[in-house]
Design a protein around this ligand. Structure first.
Ligand SMILES: [Zn+2]
Length: 208
């Protein structure tokens, strides 16, 4: 089978199709991921795995306020129902949010290396006015990627932990999918010459 053939559903090469491991998770909190453009074709990016499993997930690619205008508009309409998962001096621990606060209907995450995510945060000052959370005691990351700090969770792990805290969702299928994807990537890395370290161009995403 040619390595150039891709599964129409998960869009990984057919030789490493992950569809049989995908379990749909009916998350009630809408996740909105602001994805830095440099992440789109990174093979180790975990966002696609999230998209395969979660029923309520929106991915918006960009960097500047113009890129995220539709999201900003959505947030302005109901700021009390939207929160941002991004650590900053004003953020509260999500672990302590359940009893004392109204839970958000939508949670915004930023997908990128630490530096790229920080850039999105800095440029998009409209995010600063929203309720912000950080993860105080996340599980140790099972994810290996050089571009991230060692303690930093993957976007999948951050989303999974947040959903576990917000709505007690059992996110084991997400972690298992990430583990399997990582196992296959490292197996391929050991066996082949590192070809296909980037993914094919993604299909255009659904509009807002
Ligand atoms: Zn597949």
């Amino acid at each position: 089978m040619s390595p150039r053939q891709y599964c129409a559903i998960c869009r990984y090469p057919q030789s490493v199709c992950l569809c049989h491991l995908v379990r749909q998770l009916d998350n009630q909190t809408r996740l909105i991921v602001l994805q830095h453009p440099s992440e789109i074709r990174v093979a180790k990016n975990t966002l696609r795995l999230l998209a395969l499993c979660l029923t309520r997930l929106d991915i918006v690619v960009g960097e500047t306020p113009e890129d995220f205008m539709a999201v900003e508009h959505y947030c302005r309409q109901q700021p009390q129902h939207v929160a941002v998962l991004y650590p900053n001096p004003e953020s509260a621990a999500l672990e302590q949010s359940n009893s004392s606060r109204v839970l958000p209907k939508a949670l915004i995450l930023i997908d990128g290396t630490w530096r790229k995510a920080f850039r999105i945060w800095q440029l998009n000052t409209w995010l600063h006015g929203l309720r912000c959370y950080h993860l105080e005691s996340p599980p140790a990351s099972r994810y290996k990627r050089k571009a991230r700090a060692e303690h930093q969770l993957s976007t999948l792990e951050a989303a999974a932990h947040a959903l576990t805290l917000l709505e007690s969702l059992d996110c084991d299928p997400l972690y298992q999918l990430q583990d399997e994807r990582q196992r296959r990537l490292s197996a391929r890395g050991n066996g082949l010459s590192g070809a296909s370290s980037v993914l094919p161009k993604p299909r255009p995403q659904a509009g807002w």
